[in-house]
Design a protein around this ligand. Structure first.
Ligand SMILES: *[C@@H]1O[C@H](CO)[C@@H](O)[C@H](O)[C@H]1NC(C)=O
Ligand SMILES: *[C@@H]1O[C@H](CO)[C@@H](O)[C@H](O)[C@H]1NC(C)=O
Ligand SMILES: *[C@@H]1O[C@H](CO)[C@@H](O)[C@H](O)[C@H]1NC(C)=O
Ligand SMILES: *[C@@H]1O[C@H](CO)[C@@H](O)[C@H](O)[C@H]1NC(C)=O
Ligand SMILES: *[C@@H]1O[C@H](CO)[C@@H](O)[C@H](O)[C@H]1NC(C)=O
Ligand SMILES: *[C@@H]1O[C@H](CO)[C@@H](O)[C@H](O)[C@H]1NC(C)=O
Length: 511
């Protein structure tokens, strides 16, 4: 008895399943029919004259008649729209579009690239998609579009670029994938782009650019990687970019630049490394950049600059080192580019550092005298240094100059016993000027109080640190032209170090 009941129940269940299945198939057929009818009416629709108020896409064109528009600005409104929506086929009413923009008005309203639209427009030159939700650009999404010259994908939440996502675009000149969430640049993402001049990947989250990831971009001029999270560059990161003239790496997380990082960038003219965390630049970091004219590294953490650093970039005529923590910047540092700095358009910015006021800065005054560049003269006026003060007596470097620094009502006053300094200081006017020049440079961070303007210090008052003056009485009169002094001096240091090491060695042996 029980088994019979079970049997009946099972049979009943099966029948109802079948009924609902048939029903749903019928429904599907009905839906298909209505959709096809809908489709047919929409096909006649002109994308530039959408009459349907419910439509999720509205385009504004410069000409609205069928087959006349060359430019369409389309807005995608709220509510998800899928790839099978008939609106996409109505783009066939305007086959001659050269410029097409999709602006998505609300989050998640467009989650794919309307492939059937963009690949059918045979004259499309410029494509812009903004504020969509694209997450991943699949393989060959942008490929084989022979007329496209510019693609801009801004603010689309793109986090991944697949291999060959941009490939075989013979006319593509500008590619912008800005303000997205890309974390990594793999190799072979950008392939067969023989005309690409400008690649903008700024404001993403790129923390890794694989070796050789740009190597197919042989005619690229401008690579913008600003505002990412790049920590490491290798010798191979920029491999193959022989025509690059501008490289923008501002606002990343670079802490060091190793030897020959940019060595293949023979044509590089401008290198921007501002607002990173640079602490260390190896001596040959910029070697190979024979045409580099502009090098900018403001807002880093550089404490010292290797004396040979600029040897590799002798063409430099704009060097910006503002807002670092540089303590010494001697004539040896600038020597490789000193002739360029005398030319009309050159600039060297050094303000906002921790330079100490000593005779190693005397070249600043000579350079100000000699340069033809008005901008450089102004920039040198803004260079400040920290007077060498020791203990309470605030005595500086024995017999030449002594001055005290007093604080009074936020104004710093220097009282000096040196005739020379007094003459020049002219009853405190000197320090008012300092105050003004510190205030007038908006790019300089609030300066540490004690800093004074280098250019206002009489050359002879710039003391030489005692370790440098030890063996040379006349070194205080040093001007930037006495190049040999520093060499002999560093030799002496080396020798004395060597001596220490040797004696230690001998002592160890004796023990
Ligand atoms: C692009 O063109 C190449 C050769 O011209 C062809 O082999 C490939 O299938 C095309 N790709 C697409 C996605 O159309
Ligand atoms: C590429 O971008 C540059 C600078 O933004 C612009 O001057 C140029 O006209 C663009 N080229 C094309 C083909 O869009
Ligand atoms: C790009 O670089 C190659 C190799 O250095 C060179 O032959 C070519 O002339 C360059 N093209 C342009 C447009 O600078
Ligand atoms: C720079 O100098 C100021 C004042 O002398 C000091 O407070 C600061 O710690 C220095 N910065 C570095 C990194 O040495
Ligand atoms: C700069 O030039 C002025 C006058 O031309 C001269 O008096 C001064 O000594 C020069 N200073 C330096 C550091 O060469
Ligand atoms: C110096 O600067 C401070 C603050 O920036 C200001 O209050 C003061 O009036 C200035 N002094 C002179 C003499 O310009």
């Amino acid at each position: 008895m029980e088994t019979i009941v079970q049997y009946l129940l099972l049979a009943l269940a099966l029948t109802s399943v079948q009924i609902s299945y048939t029903e749903s198939r019928l429904n599907e057929k009905r839906r298909d029919k209505t959709e096809r009818r809908y489709h047919a009416t929409q096909l006649k629709d002109n994308i530039c004259e959408t009459t349907d108020r419910e439509s999720k896409v509205h385009c504004y064109c410069e000409n609205t008649e069928v087959k006349t528009a060359t430019r369409a600005d389309c807005w995608v409104f709220n509510g998800g729209i899928d790839e099978s929506n008939p609106i996409w086929s109505s783009f066939s009413s305007q086959p001659y579009l050269e410029r097409l923009t999709f602006n998505v008005r609300s989050d998640g309203a467009l989650k794919f690239i309307p492939m059937q639209v963009i690949h059918r427009l045979k004259r499309l030159q410029k494509l812009y998609i903004h504020y969509a939700t694209l997450s991943k650009i699949e393989k060959k999404t942008f490929s084989n579009m022979s007329t496209v010259r510019e693609i801009t994908l801004m603010n689309n939440k793109i986090s991944e670029l697949d291999f060959s996502s941009f490939t075989n675009l013979p006319a593509l000149v500008n590619l912008t994938i800005k303000e997205n969430k890309v974390t990594e640049i793999q190799r072979d993402v950008f392939v067969d782009l023989p005309s690409l001049r400008c690649l903008d990947l700024s404001f993403n989250s790129i923390n890794l650019a694989h070796d050789g990831c740009f190597e197919h971009l042989t005619v690229l001029n401008d690579l913008i990687l600003e505002a990412n999270s790049i920590t490491i560059l290798t010798r191979d990161t920029f491999r193959g970019l022989a025509n690059l003239t501008r490289l923008d790496l501002r606002s990343n997380k670079l802490s060091m630049i190793g030897d020959l990082t940019f060595t293949e960038l023979w044509n590089l003219n401008e290198l921007l490394l501002d607002n990173n965390e640079l602490k260390y630049l190896s001596e040959r970091a910029f070697d190979g950049l024979v045409l580099l004219q502009k090098l900018s590294m403001t807002g880093n953490k550089l404490k010292s600059i290797n004396e040979g650093l600029l040897e590799g970039v002798r063409g430099l005529d704009l060097l910006d080192l503002r807002n670092n923590e540089i303590e010494f910047f001697s004539y040896e540092n600038v020597k490789p580019i000193i002739e360029n700095l005398k030319m009309k358009t050159s600039v060297l910015y050094l303000s906002g550092n921790n330079l100490s006021c000593d005779c190693r800065l005397s070249w600043i005054q000579s350079l100000k005298n000699e340069t033809k560049s008005e901008v450089l003269r102004t920039a040198l006026d803004d260079v400040t240094c920290i007077p060498m003060v020791s203990g309470k007596s605030e005595r500086i470097s024995n017999d030449v100059t002594q001055y005290e620094i007093k604080e009074s009502k936020n104004i710093f006053e220097v009282v000096t016993s040196s005739d020379l300094l007094q003459q020049d200081a002219n009853d405190g006017e000197f320090y008012e000027e300092t105050n003004q020049s510190l205030k007038s440079d908006p790019t300089v961070q609030p300066l540490v109080r004690e800093q004074v303007t280098v250019i206002d210090m009489p050359v002879d008052s710039l003391p030489c640190p005692s370790e440098l003056t030890q063996n040379k009485e006349d070194s205080l009169m040093l001007s930037s032209k006495d190049e040999n002094y520093w060499r002999t001096n560093s030799c002496i240091t080396v020798h004395s170090n060597l001596f220490t090491v040797l004696s230690l060695f001998v002592m160890t042996i004796l023990q």
